[in-house]
Design a protein around this ligand. Structure first.
Ligand code: NAG
Length: 312
């Protein structure tokens, strides 16, 4: 009798927790669906940075549903994820002709990072390093957005052979940055690796550098949480989750509290949009919506989705 009771309690507990897990997955899916619908209604006004976000969503969701074991009670969830992936793909595809017309130079420089498959990044989990607060207090926010674009586009130049100019190398390995400049360093090295530039002798250093960077990013994110998630830091916070999640730190960045916050910030029209003083290239839309921020939120949610899916 005791054993039967024990077994049923264990079953009940695991049933309840898998029910909770399914609910979390469903909440993320519903939110992403609304966000993608919003972007779909804005096709002609999405800028290139937004399309980077929708491509990240497309490729990350592809990994999520193609690699996941097809267990019985996930069939529906996996179908929904596949649909989100197709929606994200279509939004990017439909936006590209507009981008070519509206931002031709920027488009030609950056087209390789908005091609389908550019973000099929599936990095294994790594542990964060213990870094001291003092190591980032001295950080500065001073990488110019166009400089980071310049370094990225150089990677895709014909015959560049993955050579990085001295100035790019100096900036991309500087230990003195924080906030957007810091996440952009990690972003750059992820692209470097995707461009096929992961040579053995550099890979050890780059792995360590981005691990160290994301450890500092994590401290910044925790500070932001302690401050009560002020509006002007939300864009950066979601970018931090998106980028360090891609780098493989989902276990740290995709916690339940942070997920709840991101879901809470979504507006009734499905978009996100809290302006931040120092964000470049943000294009305001109707109803206080920001296109780039919505795309960043979706990219962050794609990491939360991947994290919660592997719990099954
Ligand atoms: C988007 O375009 C690519 C080719 O560039 C194609 O392979 C893909 O199927 C398209 N996505 C959708 C959903 O039609």
């Amino acid at each position: 009798m005791k054993i039967i009771l024990f077994v049923s309690i264990v079953c009940l507990v695991s049933l309840v927790s898998s029910y909770d897990g399914l609910k979390v997955l469903n909440d993320i899916i519903v939110s992403m669906d609304r966000g993608l619908n919003f972007l779909n209604s804005q096709i002609g006004s999405l800028n290139l940075d937004s399309i980077i976000g929708t491509r990240i969503v497309e490729d990350q969701l592809r990994i999520a549903h193609e690699n996941h074991p097809k267990s019985e009670y996930l069939v529906e969830i996996l179908q929904k994820i596949e649909k989100l992936q197709r929606d994200a793909s279509l939004i990017s595809n439909k936006s590209i002709p507009y981008l070519k017309l509206q931002e031709p130079n920027y488009y030609w420089k950056m087209k390789d990072i908005i091609a389908p498959g550019s973000w099929l990044i599936n990095k294994r989990h790594d542990d964060l390093l213990l870094v001291k607060k003092t190591q980032f207090v001295i950080g500065r926010e001073e990488m110019d957005g166009s400089f980071s674009d310049y370094c990225i586009s150089n990677l895709f130049r014909k015959n560049s052979n993955c050579r990085i100019s001295k100035s790019c190398n100096k900036v991309m390995t500087s230990p003195f940055f924080n906030q957007y400049s810091l996440t952009h360093q990690v972003f750059f090295w992820l692209i470097f690796e995707r461009a096929g530039c992961f040579l053995y002798d550099s890979s050890v250093f780059i792995n360590y550098f981005t691990q160290h960077s994301c450890s500092r990013v994590f401290l910044e994110a925790r500070e932001f949480e302690k401050e009560g998630y002020p509006k002007d830091g939300r864009d950066l916070f979601m970018e931090q989750t998106a980028i360090c999640g891609l780098r493989g730190f989902r276990r740290n960045f995709c916690n339940a509290n942070w997920l709840k916050e991101i879901l809470k910030w979504q507006k009734s029209s499905g978009c996100w949009g809290e302006s931040s003083s120092n964000k470049r290239d943000e294009k305001g839309l109707k109803g206080g919506c920001l296109a780039h921020q919505t795309a960043v939120a979706l990219a962050a949610l794609s990491q939360h989705l991947r994290f919660n899916l592997v719990q099954f």
